[in-house]
Design a binder for this molecule. Sequence first.
Ligand SMILES: [Zn+2]
Ligand SMILES: [Zn+2]
Length: 774
Amino acid sequence: MIISTGTASGKSLAYLTPAIASCLGGGTVLYLTPTKALAADQLRGLRELRITQLRAACFDGDTPFEERTWVRQHANYVLTNPDMLHRSILPRHAQWSTFFRRLRMVIVDECHGYRGVFGSHVAQILRRLRRACARYNARPTFMLASATASEPGAFATRLTGLEMDEVTVDTSPKGSTTIALWEPPLTELRGEGGAPVRRTATAEAADLLADLVLADVRTLAFVRSRRGAETVALSARAKLADVAFSISPPFPTPLNTTTTLTPPSAEATSPSPSAGATPPPPPATNASPSPSAGAPSPSPSSLTAPTVTPTHGPTHGPLTWALPDAPDHDLADLPNKIAAYRAGYLAEDRRLLEKALRAGTIMGLATTNALELGVDVSGLDAVLIAGWPGTRASLWQQAGRAGRDGQDALAVLIARDDPLDTYLVHHPEALFGQPVEAIVLDPGNPYVLGPHLCAAAAEIPLTEDDLPIFGATTSKVLDDLVAQGLLRRRPAGWFWTRRERATDLADIRGGGGSPIQVVESSTGRLLGSVDEPSAHTTVHTGAIYLHQGETFLVELLDLDAGVALVTSANPDYTTFARDITDISILSTERSQALGSGTLHFGEVEVTRQVVSYLKRRLQSGEMLGDEPLELPPRTLRTRAVWWTLPASAVAPLAEAGIDLGGAAHAAEHASIGLLPLFATCDRWDIGGVSTELHADTGLLTVFVYDGHEGGAGFAERGYARATDWLTATREAIMSCECERGCPSCIQSPKCGNGNEPLHKRGAIRLLNTLLASQ
Ligand SMILES: [Zn+2]
Ligand SMILES: [Zn+2]
């Protein structure tokens, strides 16, 4: 069974009730969540129930060795994650036999996180779990809980390999939420190729956060990085310090009575201090607060409390928010009502924060989405979302944080300069009345399946009877594994006979290749690992690397040693790796006509080389330079979707003076930006190549490929939804008011050619040709 409903709709209660009943009846329950933090919170909740027969325990990397035996032998409710199941529990299933024999329920919580390559790995781990259960004659019920998703039953079947029922109706009480789509204005700054730069989503979020807090609206701002969240909190506090400085108590009468979201005018948003930045004039009273109004006052001990000095930074003009009737503001304390939150807080810190929010000592909180895991912040009035969170599902999940006790609420999506964000703020119909995304994964990917078949054979030798569990491609992959000497075929089945651990073959959170260890140079602390292909783009020398919302600067990437040395840093810029790519077609699996062209899906070989990285200022988006890198090229066998147009279709465009190469390149960039709307992926999960004349097709061709060895299902989804996808791409380009292309439409931060050549009008013409009569 899968329950797929919104935030705070009671999913936990729905699985806890039968789960606890199973434990009371002598059975055991296995609870899986993507992160340790969430498991720890669940455990706390279970213990608070004070049911003596319920022996719940976490089993993860932090569980002390001496406790592990107790958990295996005595716990009847075990909370763990897919990594532990893969590396520890399944390989040592014999030690868990008591637990497995009585296993009645497997709960897979937050399962919408299991998408793409990671999801495909988890799908195979769950199949191995089913085999282990069968070994001990257990037939547990699988209960999945997910944020709202499209076709959750089909997804759950792909994830578990079992027939699944779905529950999708949410009857929990809810007020209405007003959703505002907010596009920051273009500024006077100039970026690559003289393109205009849009005001950043974080700068706008800071302004809105300050305004909302001033109006006594409890607000949460979601920002992508911790550094970004801190910047938002800091500039919002600075704005409030300004206000506290300029307005003396008693508070002036309400400025106006309507609550209007007025997009800032372009001239008022110039980053230099401008006329529009003047706060309301101080009323004529005698009390005058001192400029030290911003000094921090007692706040929850470990919450980030940046020091604030009143400044006149960028702002978006006079406050347009209605002030409630004479709010009881202590002006001196105003800036301290805003805090930043980051991942890695201890449970006690999080409880303090929840309390401060509930009590109103903190009114505005800027956070990374780390908050999704483990803080109960229901009871907010507004949510600001700085930048498209990637999926409609996450958008609704984040927006669902607003609205206390069934009251009405506000959610604002602030666009970043990205084609997808541009498209969405101009096309509300793409958000409203649309089903949320399907969660895409491809358990049949041979690069994922192979290592898990080895792990499965090491756990319990594989027999013919096991083949249906692992899917249609199993026989072929087994043959390959035998040929590679990884498995041995004997009359009784397939055996793992090697000395090393089979589970080491699968890097479930990466994408294959031997992983690069990310190590903090000053302490030697291992922060995590990045798979080798991604290392070139995420931890190259000079890269700004985000780890759980924390910012690090990569001092050195040593591919031979398999190490990236990083140091904690707070630079005011972000980096984007740029690569140049070649692609050749290995086989075409499917083709269909599309307008005057043809659409294909198949296997390709991609050669990519990261050649430089771009630095962009965090707050303004201004380009700071392009630094060269020396990294070897990599080849990747993956799946791609591509479209071609015959010479007869493009000749009229060339005659009209359109640079076909630039037009195809622009269409490629924008289409990569838009694919995440149709397949649950990130623009960094996919790549593209475009050319006026491709050697394999002999035609103008635009490719979009999965950036993971073997593919991850994204390009396949693009093939299936090509008309909608390319129509949205065209709309995104047309919606952008820039003249010749900017990061909000056709420029790409990861373009290896420095966004040259690009032809905006030409891209629209090409897409028109492709979408004609569709
Ligand atoms: Zn543009
Ligand atoms: Zn490019």
